[in-house]
Ligand binder design. Structure first.
Ligand SMILES: [Zn+2]
Length: 429
């Protein structure tokens, strides 16, 4: 397949008149400055975006938690109420529609931070990975690359105590049993597996190295300092911040991604150099988490990625814009990240174990997103500014691994994703 793009976003920014040749699932040539020819992709063609942090079932809460305020922790109670009702069948139907929404928005991969493993009271399903397989099937049907970040979750908090009824579904008992369950999970097709420590709240320090050693060579994620309360508890119990604790346990470095990384000390930022950090700006503002030091982290050598986390919003343009906009609000100045840096962060498939995807370049995976540059939102913008004024509604075509999944704004495999979302959410709530 050969396409001629009116504009294409190359690793150093947008170029005009770019011919892209795709063979199978790979891009085999990219030629800028070519006269119009053959199959034309009008508008701006970007690399597919990576949703590096997702909890698919949180989507059920969208638009349902604003009326009575509350805190992160009261929001979490509602989220647990949804988790209690999921089973492999309803989770397949919910996640399939959520992943369809993601592809329609321009995401071509998702890192699913998955911790609802077991049936009520923590009883394993006949296949203990039934929930993971439901997510893998959902991703395959929706046409998105999946990294199942299978999550170890053992304790309700740093100061011990009993797991709540909902939390018992998350626990394998200990990290060894978590590892042996995940060993049996065999993804197929466009699915891979990685690991996660839910947080320093949910995995005792002495068990975290078990997860780290299982993850060798795969991505390892952990929620990190999203809330000040987590930092305070960690200081009380361990005399260290969560970043210091993970550093002392040998967890930080290549392959590690701290999710949120919101409330950090200068020392934490330095320790995280050489690791990754996944910001989820639309969720962080929805939950009132705060603004993390994104520029400071990038300057310290942290690889930034982006995720939609709770799916209060599913829109890669909203996340990449917020990465810059939040810095502007916090610093009272403009221009902290270039548009090229923002697009690179939003296309960081490497953070979830797809290093070959995320660039329009020879040899890269053929994941493309074509954006309308003549909508009411984008008309008049120069190509360099389009990612900062487009929204998910401007995504016209999406190719994943060499196959069109979205054409002219329609998902080619799932006819009515909105109706599917409404039906399964009504059933769950
Ligand atoms: Zn999360």
């Amino acid at each position: 397949m050969r396409f001629w793009c009116e504009y294409a976003w190359l690793p150093d920014g947008p170029a005009a008149g770019v011919a892209i040749t795709v063979d199978g699932s790979r891009i085999v040539s990219v030629e800028p400055g070519v006269p119009r020819e053959g199959t034309v992709l009008a508008g701006l063609t970007l690399p597919g975006f990576a949703n590096a942090h997702s909890h698919a079932f949180h989507r059920a809460l969208r638009g349902r938690t604003h009326a009575d305020g509350g805190t992160f922790w009261t929001w979490r109670e509602r989220m647990y109420a949804v988790a209690e009702r999921l089973d492999p069948d309803s989770y397949l139907r919910l996640a399939r529609a959520v992943y369809a929404e993601m592809v329609l928005a321009g995401f071509t991969s998702v890192g699913e931070f998955h911790y609802v493993h077991h049936a009520a009271e923590g009883k394993p399903y006949a296949d203990p990975n039934a929930m993971g397989y439901a997510l893998a099937q959902a991703a395959a049907e929706a046409g998105i690359r999946l990294t199942l970040l299978d999550t170890c979750y053992l304790t309700p908090g740093l100061e011990g105590g009993e797991l709540s009824r909902a939390q018992r579904r998350f626990s394998d008992g200990d990290a060894q049993r978590w590892a042996s369950r995940v060993d049996d999970f065999r993804p197929e097709g466009l699915a891979r597996v990685g690991a996660a420590v839910h947080s320093v709240r949910a995995v005792p320090a002495e068990q975290i190295p078990v997860v780290k050693s299982w993850a060798a060579g795969r991505p390892l994620h952990a929620h990190l300092s999203e809330q000040r309360a987590e930092n305070e508890a960690c200081l009380r119990v361990h005399g260290r911040t969560p970043s210091e604790l993970l550093a002392d346990l040998g967890v930080l470095g290549d392959g590690f991604v701290g999710v949120h990384a919101t409330h950090l000390t200068d020392k934490d930022v330095a320790l995280l150099g050489g690791s990754g950090a996944c910001f989820c700006p639309t969720t962080e503002r929805d939950l009132g988490d705060g603004i993390g030091p994104a520029r400071q982290l990038a300057d310290a050598g942290v690889m930034l990625s982006l995720g939609t986390d709770s799916h209060a919003v599913v829109d890669p343009f909203a996340e990449l814009l917020a990465l810059e906009a939040d810095e502007r609000l916090a610093a009272e100045s403009r221009g902290h990240f270039t548009p090229t840096e923002l697009v690179a962060a939003a296309a960081r498939h490497e953070a979830i174990g797809w290093p070959e995807v995320g660039r329009i370049a020879e040899g890269a995976g053929a994941d493309l997103v074509v954006v309308d540059t003549e909508s009411v939102r984008t008309a008049g913008s120069e190509p360099l500014g389009v990612p900062l004024c487009a929204t998910a509604a401007d995504v016209r075509d999406v190719m994943v691994a060499g196959e069109w999944v979205v054409r002219e704004g329609r998902h080619l495999r799932i006819d009515r994703p909105a109706a599917e979302l409404a039906a399964v959410i009504e059933e769950l709530l």
